[in-house]
Ligand binder design. Structure first.
Ligand code: CP
Length: 313
């Protein structure tokens, strides 16, 4: 096979802000092309996973993606306890060491901005696998890929984001990506205590993306194309009273599904606790397990873009 050298499209994946429409379409095209592939295109390359917060999907789907492309994986989970962070090593010093052992570092951290700090000192690509309440750009990319795959387009859709939008980094990153599409409108459904932060709402206003802020999920879903549910992130509350007020009336159950158009899909980055009743799982509009599976193909595309010979989309 003859490959034409292309300029590298990504140095790091730190924020959804990095992705314009062309880059998003490239990720979607490469993820579609790589879905189901197993080859050796990243033979000899090493990925380190450095996770300071728990994870099932992000860490294992990145590891699976790397192995499917012929690369190898090293890493530490519970890095707060099981890396030298417990001895007081700074994140920056840890990154300076791990870059000597790996060609790419996938980092999950509990502080917003941690991936950006890592990227400043790193000489290998840093991938933000979630930085506290900040962002989760690779999740948002797989969410976008899922919407493409399920509905065939993103332009013109009404997307309802609901649950803990204040701490929900996946909802923040997805809202940013959706501003790159034409005719999208968003509804943010949450009690006031966990509503979407003003930085995202201001950006929507700057980009002239129409949005609604409400706590009424039953009203918002009647003409939607996507409902994106999120978990109330108990671990991020310091005030138990605030956590109590965060629950609101945003649960998705069979009664709520009766109000959802037949064309619409229900998404969730997972894990869920009780914000989607398991009785909804059998409904064909429940897309959240299909969504999680899409993480492998999207992360293969990102690893290829960061490490491999880039191919034209
Ligand atoms: N969606 C997501 O980030 O899941 P994990 O916390 O299991 O990685």
């Amino acid at each position: 096979m003859v490959t034409t050298a292309q300029p590298r499209l990504l140095d790091h994946v730190v924020s959804a802000h990095q992705f314009d429409r062309d880059l998003l379409e490239h990720v979607v095209a490469r993820a579609s092309a790589l879905d189901g592939v197993r080859d050796r295109r990243l033979d000899g390359r090493i990925m380190a996973t450095l996770f300071y917060e728990p994870s099932t999907r992000t860490r294992l789907s990145f590891e699976s993606a790397m192995v499917r492309l012929g690369g190898s994986v090293i890493g530490t989970e519970a890095a707060r306890e099981f890396s030298s962070a417990i001895k007081g090593e700074t994140l920056e010093d840890t990154i300076r060491m791990v870059e000597a052992y790996a060609d790419v570092i996938v980092l999950r951290h509990d502080e917003a901005g941690a991936a950006g700090r890592a990227a400043v000192v790193a000489r290998v690509p840093i991938v933000n696998a979630g930085d506290g309440p900040g962002e989760h750009p690779t999740q948002a990319l797989l969410d976008l890929f899922t919407i493409h795959r399920e509905l065939g387009r993103v332009d013109g859709l009404h997307v309802v984001l609901c649950g803990d939008l204040r701490h929900g980094r996946t909802a923040r990153s997805l809202a940013l990506l959706l501003t790159r599409y034409e005719g999208v409108r968003m509804s943010f459904v949450a009690p006031a205590v966990v509503q979407m932060e003003p930085d995202i709402l201001s950006l929507l206003e700057t980009r002239r993306v129409p949005y609604t802020v409400t706590d009424n999920l039953r009203g918002a879903v009647t003409d939607c194309d996507v409902v994106y549910q999120t978990r109330i992130q108990k671990e991020r509350f310091t005030d138990p009273g605030e956590f109590g007020r965060a629950r609101g009336d945003t649960r998705i159950d069979a009664r709520l599904m009766e109000r959802l158009p037949q064309r619409a899909i229900v998404m969730h980055p997972l894990p869920r606790v009780d914000e989607i009743d398991p009785e909804v799982d059998a409904d064909p509009r429940a897309a959240y397990f299909r969504q999680a599976r899409n993480g492998v193909a999207v992360r293969m595309a990102l690893l290829e873009m960061l490490l491999g010979e880039t191919s034209p989309a």
